[in-house]
Design a protein around this ligand. Sequence first.
Ligand SMILES: [Zn+2]
Length: 502
Amino acid sequence: MTTMTASDTLVPFAEATERYEPVIGLETHVELGTRTKMFCGCITTFGAEPNSQVCPVCLGLPGSLPVVNRTAIEYTIRIGLALNCEIASWCRFARKNYFYPDMPKNFQISQYDEPLCTDGYLDVDVNGTTTRVGIERVHLEEDTGKSLHVGGATGRIHGAEYSLVDYNRAGIPLVEIVTKPVAGTGADAPVVARAYVTELRDLLRSLNVSDVRMEEGSLRCDVNTSIAPRGASEWGTRTETKNVNSLRSVERAVHFEIERQAAVLDAGGRVTQETRHFHEDTGTTTAGRSKEEAQDYRYFPEPDLVPVAPPIEWVAQIKAALPEAPAARRARLRAEWGLSEADMTALSNAGALDLVAQTVAEGASPSDARKWWLGELARHANESGIELSALAITPAQVARVAELIEAGSLNDKLARQVIDAVLAGEGDPDDIVEARALGVVSDDGALTAAVDEAIAANPDVVAKIRAGKTQAVGVLVGAVMKATKGQADAARVRELILQRLS
Ligand SMILES: [Zn+2]
């Protein structure tokens, strides 16, 4: 037997990719954000009471007939166009026949040999190198329901006492995006896989067709991996790791499969074509069922639906309305903001790109916007263990804080207090400055007393300054800042001290 378990020996990644060339492929399922389901009028809201969003059509009751959701077709065409695909002028749905308890009709309405979109690509940047990932097809199908296995340790059916089925998800429009095999990426294969899913997610988000939340399952990934000895004329046998549910896991799944398959081949074995499960906790995969072939599903054209024939003018209209692609937007913003590629990557990785763009749009300078989102606010988000975008502060409020600093009404220290207060729900920056009397004090009358006190308390420093060591003035400025709890205008304090001592 060549099926391995997690405890088997692996070939270290560097060694494996030195001797073997990986080929990857990704199948991504995206739940569309349509208001209603694919073939009926049921609402699609996530997290509703189980089996509260169902009807005879999505429960597969006798006599019910499906009707295609026009918005789902439009969204799929939008995705296809954004991925540089050909859009079919005529295509049909097909029945994919198999039994699954969470699929009430005992078949899934999908697309088989007549997908809506074919032959496109998505460019992916990794460490300054662009990989063009070919898109084989983009097709439309319906999602299944969800099984919940209760009583087992892992939530899997094995060891469970009983199982429940929720059909709310059954019939939600699902788009499947299948890449062509991606070869020639060598040791970058895991990173390329992750970068592709990241880019695809950002693209889908910009198209406004899905909320693309991996953690809620609206974006799910199956990762195909094979390896072959370097220089071999044929690719190896691939495995399909199912339902990889985070960007990091996509990278780890490919990484692990390369190490595992190299060990199988090194031992003189053959890689089994099969589906595999990814385990988040260990970063390993284990064998699932052996992979079935397309003919096992007995596809045939869906007799209950008319063909889909999107008019050319409609497709042209959808194309004309496509938003700027994320890659083009990043390049444009990078030029406008005068940032390096590394700065831009840091912004993207921190999930701060849109927030910074919105803060700049609200009037802040790009450097101020970056400073606050990547500094103070990133620290707050880290401490609370949440995304930057989940912080209780808006780009407009951040822009206002930057503006108050620019105008000399706040210094950095006071600004941090204002931001803390905004995050604590105390209101807008202006309200907080007023309510807490946090403004910078630059009024000479209010500062003079503190300046005089500092001069009187530090005769030795005064002597140094008078002797020409003007850098010692910092000590006195510090004393005044301390006495005014950081609210004094430091530049004005410095001027006043020098005036007094001249
Ligand atoms: Zn329904």
